[in-house]
Design a protein around this ligand. Structure first.
Ligand code: MN
Length: 300
């Protein structure tokens, strides 16, 4: 157990879909996971012109759950189970890949719009990683006010509330936003490790000032966390029971072995296993060659 630490980790730029730049806070060289959270992209906030929103064509996933937290804008999700679901601000889409699912995501409408979202992946434990795929839309999450922050509970339990997303390892997830000065002492589970990412404005977490682009890794062993803002701010807090071992991340797959990746890549490129995403005109993505798998960690 690492105990409490304060580690500033810079996110790096990455491209998703058709030229959309995001800031990737997990994984990095410095940190691959926080609990079972193994991937964290922060998209926006930004305004886009007609047809320039999020456009990610059909692609597969295995071994993980994709967790989409929508802050601004509207995105349509379609998957190979037949779900077609618009996600709106304040909502979460949770897609459980298990042994395999495919989906496509695109901004709603052809006009100009705005995008602000976080997409996270949750690694499935060994006992669940080959389970049936599933999709859960959470139109309403517990939300409440504490210390000047509007808090939305995204995963796990806090302040007597339980978040609806069905996850398979003990997790914490919370969005804290303030319109002005705010100050809060947040109770934490000491057996969890935690990290905070500022999504807008600036905030002080455990005495450390953070702005967008920095993931503040907090370690474990903290019974509480002080969060403060002087002005408008938004902070995403993630945490969980330490996963216990590393997972292999390759393209859109989470697995344990190189063979997991080779099989998934071959199956997807041959049109097997993952089913079809109906109703989208977006181009199906091609899985890259696993030969580059030794590049396990994206450049920081
Ligand atoms: Mn995806």
């Amino acid at each position: 157990m690492s105990g409490p630490v304060l580690e500033r980790i810079s996110s790096h730029r990455a491209e998703v879909g058709r030229g959309l730049t995001v800031h990737r806070a997990l994984p990095t060289r410095a940190r691959r996971m926080v609990g079972a959270w193994c991937f964290l992209d922060h998209a926006g906030p930004y305004d886009h012109g007609p047809g320039e929103g999020l456009r990610v064509g059909p692609h597969p996933h295995i071994g993980l759950q994709t967790f989409t937290w929508m802050i601004e804008g509207e995105v349509l999700h379609r998957d190979s189970l037949g779900y077609e679901q618009v996600i709106r601000p304040g909502q979460v889409n949770l897609m459980t890949a298990g042994r395999g699912i495919a989906h496509a995501e695109e901004s709603v409408g052809e006009g100009a719009g705005r995008v602000h979202a976080a997409q996270l992946w949750i690694a499935l434990p060994d006992s669940e990683r080959h389970r049936d795929p599933a999709f859960q839309h959470c139109p309403q999450l517990p939300s409440f006010a504490e210390g000047g922050f509007a808090i939305t509970l995204l995963a796990g339990e806090a302040f007597g509330h339980t978040a609806p997303p069905q996850v398979f390892t003990p997790l914490a997830g919370m969005d804290l936003s303030s319109a002005g000065p705010a100050r809060l002492r947040l109770p934490l589970r000491e057996d969890f490790e935690h990290a905070a990412l500022c999504l807008e404005g600036a905030a002080t977490v455990a005495g450390e000032r953070i702005e967008p682009g920095v993931l503040l890794y907090l370690g474990s062993g903290r019974g509480h966390l002080d969060v403060a803002a002087e002005e408008r701010a938004r902070v995403l807090l993630v945490g969980g029971e330490p996963f216990g071992h590393d997972v292999l991340l390759w393209w859109n797959f989470v697995g344990r072995t190189r063979e997991d990746m080779e099989t998934a890549t071959a199956d997807w490129n041959a049109g097997r296993r993952f089913g079809k995403v109906a109703g989208t005109t977006l181009e199906r993505l091609h899985a890259p060659d696993v030969a580059a798998l030794r590049l396990r960690v994206p450049p920081a």
